[in-house]
Design a protein around this ligand. Structure first.
Ligand code: CMP
Length: 133
């Protein structure tokens, strides 16, 4: 099934000039960029994005991180894009990510793990609305 998914190249990616390096990984795996923008996220936007983590001990840190400098928001499209992009990204903690995943290659830590991708059809729709609605 052709799907669309919402991806963020988070501030640590942009700060370290990794935009191109990361986009190459998606594009050479057959995923197409449908929408893309460089922007500095507001706290409101970051809080909406991470609403499911509200109340957790790391929530404030997550919002501070996502808003500290510009990020790239994009929509990728392709066959089974949601699961394929998450496989390309690797696990949440870069230390556990399989070799050659984006987080194994570039992730700094559990909190600064370089990329985000929607985890389901519902979250892809919700997150696309937040960032591109
Ligand atoms: P992401 O996939 O963007 O979505 C939720 C984020 O919460 C996740 O990346 C991690 O960066 C962060 N996260 C999840 N669990 C923890 C944790 N235990 N400590 C710190 N950050 C976490």
């Amino acid at each position: 099934m052709i799907e669309k998914t919402l991806v963020l190249l988070k501030p640590d990616a942009v700060e370290r000039n990794l935009i191109g390096h990361i986009l190459v990984e998606y594009e050479r795996n057959g995923l197409s960029v449908l929408e893309l923008k460089l922007m500095k996220a507001s706290s409101t936007l970051a809080e909406q994005h991470y609403i499911e983590h509200k109340g957790k001990p790391f929530f404030d840190r997550l919002v501070a991180y996502l808003t500290r400098s510009p990020l790239v928001a994009l929509v990728l499209e392709g066959e089974n894009a949601i699961s394929r992009v998450r496989a390309l990204n690797g696990t949440t903690d870069p230390a556990d990510s399989q070799d050659n995943t984006i987080r194994a290659l570039y992730g700094k830590s559990m909190s600064e793990n370089t990329v985000h991708a929607s985890d389901s059809t519902e979250s892809a729709e919700r997150e696309r609305e937040i960032w591109f609605g």
